[in-house]
Design a protein around this ligand. Structure first.
Ligand SMILES: C[S@@+](CC[C@H](N)C(=O)[O-])C[C@H]1O[C@@H](n2cnc3c(N)ncnc32)[C@H](O)[C@@H]1O
Length: 397
């Protein structure tokens, strides 16, 4: 009697985990380079029997969990994967960096041929967020982050604070109303310093200056360097900038900028139109048009250290709110700002007046152009500070 014996064997098998996915590639060694450079996978079992390169007909093994199977030269790569793909999980900070320009930059940098797509598609599935893109053989890769690791909800839990002196702009801020305000670093869900949760005095001064002088940014490409909560990006778009690049090395600053901008779009810029009731008819019409055409894609997010890189011709205006708080950063940024100014970029530095500006070293480099009283909410948060200043970086010639 074979039957009862077999039926006892038919209960399901307790699989431990997905071990690996095997995909086909046309040039195995350059695909290894690509996966190593773009996604930090490592080439494993290099000298093991039955693995590439010891056996050139066998797959190369990359850790974690990806086998690259060499296509024979007579086999053409699959053109349409009809939804087939594999997914790699990343932590929240890596996901945010990838989503905010980091992945696209890597795809450009490691592009192997002109047909290779560098397109990155973002999908928000509620409990899961994903980025889809292709390797050089058009295999579809997903980078994914599951719900409880996403910071959207944590950012949305911060209070939306309205700054009346900045035309009623609202930003998600870390205030005493939030338990995070007093939580220890280890208890916080954010694994980075919460720069994004405050409007800093320098950012306040720059924002006020742009709102009071919209022509500075109208029709221009603006770099909001060290964007923090994104105030510089938002006021620039509100004031008619044609394009904004929001840049910060902290991924959550870009998430916060995205959220603050999205929410200000939803709010419909109403507060701006109300407070600009005094502008001329012509200017008012221009602003109306700007409000109507603004959308989420107006900001390009760049999570990278751009200091020292050449932005020749790419940026007309650079806003730098409160970037002199750290000695090393302060000394690094000035030569870069000067280089930008030399190339015709208007570089504006907002600061409460830190030592670096008072020691004389930069007297010939910058000119003081405006002072503004800080918004009462910013003064309350930054005890003892009541004024924000704006300096313009002078070209050398
Ligand atoms: C004091 S906050 C100012 C934020 C915002 N501009 C404001 O005024 O409200 C300083 C910001 O500089 C960013 N930062 C530091 N070094 C940077 C770098 N090399 N490139 C871009 N951002 C940087 C930090 O992550 C932080 O968001």
């Amino acid at each position: 009697m074979l039957r009862p014996f077999l039926s006892r064997l038919s209960s399901s098998l307790p699989v431990a985990a997905l071990d690996h996915v095997c995909i086909c590639v046309s040039d195995i060694s350059s695909s290894i380079d690509w996966y190593t450079s773009v996604l930090s996978l490592t080439h494993a079992h290099k000298s093991a029997e039955h693995f590439w390169p010891t056996d050139p007909q066998s797959p190369a093994f990359l850790s974690p969990g990806l086998a690259l199977f060499p296509l024979s030269t007579s086999t053409s790569p699959i053109r349409d994967h009809k939804g087939a793909h594999f997914a790699l999980s990343v932590d929240a900070s890596t996901f945010s960096r990838a989503k905010n320009g980091g992945l696209q930059a890597l795809l450009h940098q490691h592009r192997r041929h002109s047909r290779q797509s560098t397109f990155v598609e973002y999908e928000d599935y509620g409990i899961q967020k994903s980025l889809f893109f292709k390797d050089p053989d058009a295999n579809v890769i997903e980078l994914t982050l599951w719900g409880d690791e996403c910071h959207d909800a944590d950012l949305r839990s911060l209070e939306r604070v309205t700054f009346e002196t900045l035309d009623g702009i609202s930003l998600r801020m870390m205030t005493p109303a939030s338990p995070l305000y007093t939580s220890s670093y280890s208890d916080s869900p954010f694994h980075e310093l919460p720069w994004f949760g405050f409007l800093w005095p320098g950012g306040n001064a720059i924002a006020k200056h742009v709102l009071s002088n919209p022509k500075i940014v109208q029709g221009k490409t603006v770099l909001d360097f060290a964007c923090g909560c994104g105030v510089g990006s938002i006021v620039s778009l509100q004031s008619g900038a044609s394009r904004v690049v929001a840049n910060d090395i902290a991924p959550l600053c870009l998430e916060a900028t995205r959220l603050n901008y999205q929410e200000s779009l939803n709010q419909g810029w109403e507060s701006v139109s109300a407070s600009r009731a005094g502008v001329s008819q012509e200017e008012g019409e221009g602003e109306e048009e700007q409000r109507m055409t603004s959308n989420e894609n107006d900001i390009e997010y760049v999570c990278d250290d751009l200091v020292g890189t050449s932005l020749l011709g790419q940026v007309d205006v650079c806003l730098a709110g409160d970037v002199l708080y750290d000695d090393e950063l302060a000394r690094r940024v000035f030569p870069w700002f000067q280089e930008m100014a030399d190339k015709g970029c208007e570089v504006l530095v907002g600061d409460p007046g830190r030592w670096v500006l008072n020691e004389g070293t930069y007297d010939a480099v910058i000119e003081h152009i405006a002072s503004y009283p800080l918004d009462p909410k910013v003064s309350d948060e930054h005890h003892g500070l009541h004024t924000g200043n704006v300096w313009r970086v002078l070209p050398r010639s």
